[in-house]
Design a protein around this ligand. Structure first.
Ligand code: TYM
Length: 339
């Protein structure tokens, strides 16, 4: 199916489970901002229904939802140019999610590596929602006929599953209704790693706060964490290839590149031969310059939750106006009677 008959439309989402990290910022939000106004209609979501696949304290969930919204806004998502809302205010997500539970196969879900990682040896005890999560994610995307989904590397398999669900739905019902969405996984920071162990992804949940940078960290904290980041003894090499087998060094070069809007090759060319005593303070200064204004703005926004709620409510209304007709047509295709 050609994708040209679909309006170029971007959809992406972030879970409000815990705070936002530098991984969420560089791998997702910064790229969402860049796609705004670039020939796409842009829809960005705080996916609260995904967060409750694991236990969330109710008051904490509301706070985290506002914090993710504040992160989007502080980083430059403009509600006048993008639709910004939280998922649970648009009930069509859950409704299409159910239809897709009946399209997706159990065998497909069994192959999802993120489920296996999260469930671990405890798979019998996790919620059914955690298992079905990727079909709700497909619903998030396809409810808007989104053609492009910018995500970090860890979400690639879920977007591929979204394509499989769209293709199976179209095939089963003999329609060309859902687009085959393109994952957009680009730039130097699609997988930001843990600052203490460069073989692990930077994530919201980790033993030590020193492993990650939070989008709410102040200037001193950002600087301290980067200066204390684990490295190896060798200086920066002449070429990117020579960073092979040096995960911590590779990660810091990637972070620098993403913050400075450079390629990792250009960072290496500029800093070849530099020791960490030189490079880390430069990285820390750059990170403070780019991130501290965002954390300050987040704090300002969070002080007025009513305003955040108002923006999310308005966004939800706009989202519903796109989602409603698509869900209605889906019901008609499936044969669900409407009086
Ligand atoms: P979530 O909430 O875990 O992460 C949100 C986005 O941040 C990216 N990301 C990272 N990128 C680079 N390095 C990292 N260390 C890092 N950590 C997180 C993620 O790849 C993601 O793009 N299932 C999704 C949420 C979701 C969604 C959707 C995304 C639900 N429905 C529809 C896109 C479209 C998730 O759990 O992301």
């Amino acid at each position: 199916m050609t994708e040209t008959r679909f309006t170029p439309r971007v959809f992406s989402g972030i879970k409000p489970s815990g705070g936002l990290t530098l991984g969420n910022y560089l791998g997702a939000i910064k790229r969402f901002v860049a796609m705004q106004g670039g020939g796409f209609e842009t829809i960005y979501c705080v996916v609260d229904l995904h967060a409750i696949t694991v236990w969330q304290d109710p008051a904490g969930l509301r706070d985290a939802t506002r914090e993710v919204a504040a992160g989007y806004l502080a980083a430059g998502i403009d509600p006048a140019r993008s639709i910004l809302f939280n998922q649970s205010q648009v009930s069509q997500h859950a409704e299409l999610g159910w239809i897709f539970n009946c399209v997706a196969r159990v065998g497909w879900m069994n192959r999802m590596t993120q489920f296996k990682d999260k469930a671990g040896s405890n798979a019998e005890k996790v919620s059914l929602g955690l298992y079905a999560y990727p079909s709700l994610m497909a619903a998030d995307i396809l409810l808007y006929h989104a053609t492009h989904v910018p995500v970090g590397e860890d979400q690639k398999q879920h977007v591929e599953l979204t394509r499989d669900i769209a293709a199976k739905f179209n095939h089963d019902f003999g329609v060309e209704f859902f687009p085959l969405t393109t994952p957009v996984i680009e730039g130097p920071a699609t997988r930001v790693m843990n600052l203490r162990d460069g073989t692990k992804k930077m994530s919201k949940s980790g033993e030590s706060d020193m492993e990650r940078i939070n989008m709410t960290d102040d200037a001193d904290t950002i600087s301290k964490k980067l200066k204390k980041a684990r490295t190896d003894p060798a200086p920066l090499p002449e070429t990117l290839d020579e960073l092979e087998g040096r995960p911590e060094a590779r990660n810091l070069v990637g972070i620098y590149a993403a913050l400075a809007d450079m390629t990792p090759e250009a960072v290496i060319a500029e800093h070849a031969g530099a020791g960490w005593g030189t490079f880390k303070p430069l990285l820390a200064d750059l990170a403070v310059e780019k991130l501290a204004p965002i954390s300050t703005e987040m704090a300002r926004l969070m002080a007025d939750p009513g305003e955040i709620d108002r923006i999310l409510g308005q966004g939800a209304e706009k989202a519903r106006s796109i989602a409603e007709p698509i869900l209605r047509q889906t019901y008609d295709i499936v044969g669900l009677l409407r009086s």
